[in-house]
Write a protein that binds this ligand. Structure first.
Ligand code: ZN
Ligand code: ZN
Length: 302
């Protein structure tokens, strides 16, 4: 299962009642965070997300509202006695940006690994999660992320019995390992049914609508997109500033055949994003207006 928490829902600058957009995802003791603007560590604390558990921080792009909180978060993770290494992944140029930002956090009690990725790299594995990046269209290089938990096929006991595989080796095969017994080799494919539907979350903020969003977000359980402006009348402004309006995000969710759309990264000019809820739901009914600290647990469908 995958636990999601949208720690903040703001864009541009943190407000007293709205933290900057970031997503915390946890699966079997491993956690990852997407984006870390100013104040994200407070948002996480308020939402009850353990930042000591964060193994991976994925950055979408180098605008302050997405990265300026990273030194403070790492220092707090250090104060929480974390000693295991932390990986920070993001677009090309990340090493240079971090070398500046982390001057003020020189003595962390853990190693920081930096990975510059651009979508052509192999997915990052974190426990059962696979994290992949994809390109977006913003004023500066920006990328979205997908987080997937794959699910192996059903274990076919009759096949295992027919092949004479001892019961104590079944769990290894179930985990995808090859086993040996009495000089014979058995592979998972011999005893597993076809792969079953896993879990998928896709995340894209600070972008104009691009086909990659629907492509990478295809059949996502939760598609998290920016909704910088609520009204359709703000389309020109959104184009100018390379952001999206609510209805554009909803059209992408429809194209992607996502189960659910979460809107986030609201402009500080939006006082109440719920004002636009019914209008956006006419385009994509399963649209959820993001709220700071909003959580959801995704489980495999039987
Ligand atoms: Zn932003
Ligand atoms: Zn931006």
């Amino acid at each position: 299962m995958l636990d999601l928490c949208l720690a903040g829902t703001g864009g541009m600058l943190p407000l007293p009642h709205r933290f900057l957009t970031s997503l915390y995802v946890k699966c079997q003791g491993h956690a990852l965070l997407i984006d870390c603007g100013e104040g994200t560590q407070i948002a996480l604390r308020k939402a009850g997300c353990s930042f000591k558990a964060i193994d991976l921080i994925c950055i979408t792009h180098f605008h302050a509202d997405h990265i300026s909180g990273i030194a403070g978060l790492l220092l707090s993770m250090g104060n929480s006695d974390r000693t295991e290494p932390v990986t920070i992944a993001g677009p090309k140029g990340l090493c240079q940006v971090l070398s500046g930002l982390l001057v003020i956090a020189p003595e962390l009690p853990f190693e920081v690994h930096v990975e510059e990725i651009d979508g052509s790299d192999a997915p990052i594995s974190l426990g059962l999660m696979k994290i992949e990046s994809f390109p977006l269209k913003h004023r500066i290089p920006c990328q979205g992320y997908t987080i997937e938990v794959q699910r192996a096929g059903e274990f076919l006991r009759e096949k295992a019995q027919a092949l004479g595989i001892p019961v104590n080796l079944w769990s290894h095969l179930q985990k995808g390992e090859t086993v040996q017994n009495a000089g014979c080799q058995f592979t998972p494919e011999m005893v597993l049914g076809p792969p079953r539907r896993g879990l998928k979350v896709a995340y894209a903020t600070d972008t104009r609508p691009v086909p990659a969003i629907a492509e990478y977000g295809r059949n996502a359980d939760v598609l998290i997109l920016e909704g910088m402006y609520g009204e359709d009348e703000k389309l020109e402004k959104a184009k100018e500033r390379t952001h999206m309006i609510f209805s554009e995000a909803a059209h992408l969710a429809k194209q992607a055949a996502a189960e659910e759309l979460w809107l986030t990264h609201f402009s500080p000019s939006i006082t109440d994003p719920f004002e636009y809820e019914s209008a956006v739901q006419t385009v994509f009914p399963n649209t959820v207006i993001g709220q700071d600290g909003m959580k959801k647990r995704l489980k495999f469908v039987l």
